[in-house]
Design a protein around this ligand. Sequence first.
Ligand SMILES: NC(=O)c1ccc[n+]([C@@H]2O[C@H](COP(=O)([O-])OP(=O)(O)OC[C@H]3O[C@@H](n4cnc5c(N)ncnc54)[C@H](OP(=O)(O)O)[C@@H]3O)[C@@H](O)[C@H]2O)c1
Length: 235
Amino acid sequence: MDTGKTFLLIGGSHGIGLALTQQLTARGHQVIVLSRTPGGVQAMPNVTHHTFDVLKDDFPAEVLPAALHGLVYLPGSINLRGFSSIKPEQFRDELEINCIGAIRCIQASLKTLKQHAGSSIVLFSTVAAGLGMPFHSSIAAAKGAVEGLTRALAAELAPGIRVNCIAPSLTDTPLAEKLLNTEEKREASAQRHPLKRVGSAEEIAALAAFLLSDDAAWITGQILHADGGMSAIKS
Ligand SMILES: NC(=O)c1ccc[n+]([C@@H]2O[C@H](COP(=O)([O-])OP(=O)(O)OC[C@H]3O[C@@H](n4cnc5c(N)ncnc54)[C@H](OP(=O)(O)O)[C@@H]3O)[C@@H](O)[C@H]2O)c1
């Protein structure tokens, strides 16, 4: 089992990122978390948190170690709106947090990621990028860009750095709170999935931990669908 590695998690303090921080530290890894608030990682052993807003702040290059084994970019959005009511600036905002933020963090960390052969980048898309869903145009456009970035970067950075992307469906995190805050909403969301429930942060984090590990050493350029069967099965 690989252990003793150092990972950078942008958005490792809440939701899927927090679950991933917990799983990585439990395996003996060091985690550097960048986010606006420390959330669940405050005083967690083997974690250093640095306050960083990807939409406002310069990337804090001084917090990077000499070498990084992996980077995960988690900030994202869920804004479901009718296409006609979305202003171009709102499309731009979604692109900014989901894709341009990731680009800035990867560019700033590339030199340190290159210090380890086989380091790994994990990005996040959504089921709605690959499956057309009403009221999802702004997030689908932004995450479609993330999926294109994943494949192009995987090609450009091979063989030294692997780049993959996870496309979840609805997952029980602070981001999805508004969609899951009543029993009725939770049940309706569960019924839309072939596996009849929404995802958990721990399940999605486990897939990210796998992609960061040496067990995934022959996987790059992939969009992995962790979505209760939503993207592939008609139930
Ligand atoms: N949950 C779902 O249903 C779902 C479904 C499909 C795709 N996804 C994707 O999965 C990824 C993770 O989602 P999640 O549900 O775990 O989200 P989350 O609960 O909102 O957590 C996001 C993390 O990013 C940080 N963050 C947010 N804005 C930031 C900013 N401007 N600068 C720096 N850090 C920022 C947050 O910490 P702070 O707030 O302290 O900054 C938090 O640690 C996202 O890309 C999302 O689009 C989620």
